[in-house]
Design a protein around this ligand. Structure first.
Ligand SMILES: [Mg+2]
Length: 137
């Protein structure tokens, strides 16, 4: 059997699979429900972090609880974005391009040499990303 090259990211695959899974398991879910799930899981992450920091409740695995909460936060965000019709990878990529372009050491006021000078990916890279997304949908 010939192996196939998968040109989708893990994030794209998870978002695509989550759409089918959630339609089957939670067909009536409204966006505020996974949003509340994010908040719940942030609380669980804070609990795990705090108890580890305080060195108490040592009968619990705070490291694993923290990882579990991060995973659940991401899944709830994927669910939220699917309901809203938002592309998680595009949001992450656009945001990362903006954030990673900041240099807070050199420009402590705004992160950029001048206000509103956020960097953009080159057009060919943006076209490639758009093409990969359109083939997925
Ligand atoms: Mg949880």
């Amino acid at each position: 059997m010939e192996s196939q090259v998968i040109d989708k990211s893990v994030l794209q695959i998870v978002q695509f699979e989550h759409l089918a899974w959630s339609r089957k398991n939670f067909p009536l879910t409204e966006a505020h429900e996974p949003l509340l799930g994010v908040v719940e899981e942030v609380g669980e992450l804070a609990h795990a972090h705090l108890k580890a920091r305080q060195k108490i409740r040592n009968n619990q695995d705070h490291e694993e609880a923290g990882k579990d909460a991060v995973g659940d936060i991401l899944i709830y965000l994927v669910h939220y974005c699917n309901i809203r019709g938002w592309d998680v990878e595009k949001i992450l990529d656009d945001t990362w391009v903006h954030v990673s372009g900041r240099n807070w050491v050199k420009y402590p006021e705004t992160g950029f040499p001048e206000a509103n000078e956020a960097p953009m990916r080159s057009q060919p890279v943006r076209d490639d990303i758009e093409n990969r997304i359109s083939r997925m949908t």
